[in-house]
Design a protein around this ligand. Structure first.
Ligand code: E4P
Length: 218
């Protein structure tokens, strides 16, 4: 399973990249706003900086919600760097735009996906990635991981090439559950990725090894 980090924070992106296990980055307008990045030119510069750090897929989201606007913005984003994946919301004009980008060989991430039906349309339009939002479904007492599993099953059954990118991951357990569901990618906060490392038996085992080493070697 591929790991993307879900942030626009350069420090966190560098830290995850330095771990050597990062396959890409996802951003969204809220994450960009959280970093205080204002204006199109600054945002574009920020995307390029992220691409230069990771040299891997970086999802950059369009703001327009109409077909022409999405095409214009998406073409501009894609021209910034070959690693850019144009992130498009799962609405009618978005599906049309994904189809357009797919014909042009521009990679896309269909975002804000909350149902198998939406994921079906994204795949038929030729999306590179589809992003079911796990945490936001859990927030309303639905089962986010079950949706990931259902989309994976559907794509495997019909042999769609669209990759299932589990998004809105809130904690480490979500990542493990998405592995079990067969997600191709999980985009996670840094804390959730680092949480995978934690095990008390690793800590106590390492401490014992070091103590035993010291007993003999001083
Ligand atoms: C990433 O592609 C999504 O925009 C992001 O994971 C949403 O996460 P949130 O539900 O925690 O805001």
């Amino acid at each position: 399973m591929k790991f993307f980090i879900d942030t626009a924070n350069l420090e966190q992106i560098r830290e995850a990249h330095d771990l050597g296990v990062l396959d890409g980055v996802t951003t969204n307008p809220s994450l960009m706003a959280k970093e205080g990045i204002k204006g199109i030119k600054n945002q574009q510069k920020h995307y390029v900086e992220i691409c230069n750090i990771v040299q891997a897929d970086v999802s950059a989201e369009v703001i327009a919600t109409d077909y022409e606007g999405m095409i214009r913005e998406g073409m501009e984003l894609a021209a910034l760097n070959p690693h850019i994946v144009v992130k498009v919301p799962c609405i009618a004009d978005g599906i049309k735009a994904i189809h357009y980008f797919s014909e042009k060989g521009i990679r896309t991430n269909c975002t804000l996906v909350f149902s198998v039906g939406q994921a079906l349309l994204a795949a038929k339009a030729g999306a590179t990635y589809v992003s079911p939002f796990v945490g936001r479904l859990d927030d309303i007492c639905e089962d986010g991981v079950a949706l990931v599993a259902a989309i994976v099953r559907m794509y495997r059954f019909y042999d769609y090439k669209t990759q299932v990118l589990a998004a809105s991951i809130r904690h480490t357990k979500h990542i493990i559950e998405c592995v079990d569901a067969g997600a191709d990618v999980a985009t996670c906060p840094l804390s959730a990725i680092k949480g995978l490392l934690n095990h008390p038996l690793t800590d106590s085992g390492l401490q014992k090894f070091l103590e035993d080493y010291k007993k003999v070697n001083g």
